[in-house]
Write a protein that binds this ligand. Sequence first.
Ligand code: ADP
Ligand code: ADP
Length: 227
Amino acid sequence: MIRIESVTKRYPDGTVAVDQLSLDIPDGSITVLVGPSGCGKTTTLRMINRMVEPSEGRILLDGQDVQAQPVNTLRRSMGYVIQNAGLFQHRTIVDNVATVPRMLGWDKARARKRAMELMERVGLDAGLARRYPYQLSGGQQQRVGVARALAADPPVLLMDEPFSAVDPIVRKGLQAELLRIQAELGKTIVFVTHDIDEAIKIGNMVAVLRTGGRLAQFAPPDELLSH
Ligand code: ADP
Ligand code: ADP
């Protein structure tokens, strides 16, 4: 479980991005952080993998303070997916997905075999393996981003507006794919979006944040008070 305990983030310029936030993110859930632009969603996500350090409070992963863990070990246990996939433009699709296994020391052939399996899992045609990111559609690139994040089989996936830049029909497909992957792999997924409909559709738990970085509600989608 990921436990966020009374966490506040104040940036050096004085902006309070997150204000006394407490959340228990259950294992094997999709927990969605939702709220308007600037309410502290990305900051919260980045504190989980220590791209941002809290000013106050702490975050526990399976009972251990994330700040007590080496950053590399921590990040290996957490896949990270962002809005425009963040792919390496000069690497082919198969090599983008194989990046993490390669960093873990797998030989090239084994890492590419793993990458091909992952491409299949996220619904990418094997024929795309040797293409470059610019040769793929936005939706395909996001699938590559998800495959890459799954490559080291991390127990946790952090997803920051992963489907927001694709058109609504493609987004529906990606949401369905994520639910299928979740059902098969049982990851703990923390998913950031500004779209309440998306939050309700894919979340097992929904944390509604409001401007100023405060928690307004934390409940399963069918128990959310109207907004
Ligand atoms: P969201 O993801 O909900 O849009 P963010 O976590 O990105 O919100 O930002 C929360 C608040 O913190 C915003 O007011 C934003 O402008 C501010 N902020 C984000 N990053 C920084 C930074 N590096 N320095 C100063 N303020 C920041
Ligand atoms: P390099 O050592 O520069 O990666 P390779 O001859 O091994 O050169 O591969 C050339 C390109 O072909 C690679 O960048 C990779 O994208 C693609 N490729 C190689 N092997 C495979 C494979 N088993 N499956 C899919 N694509 C592959």
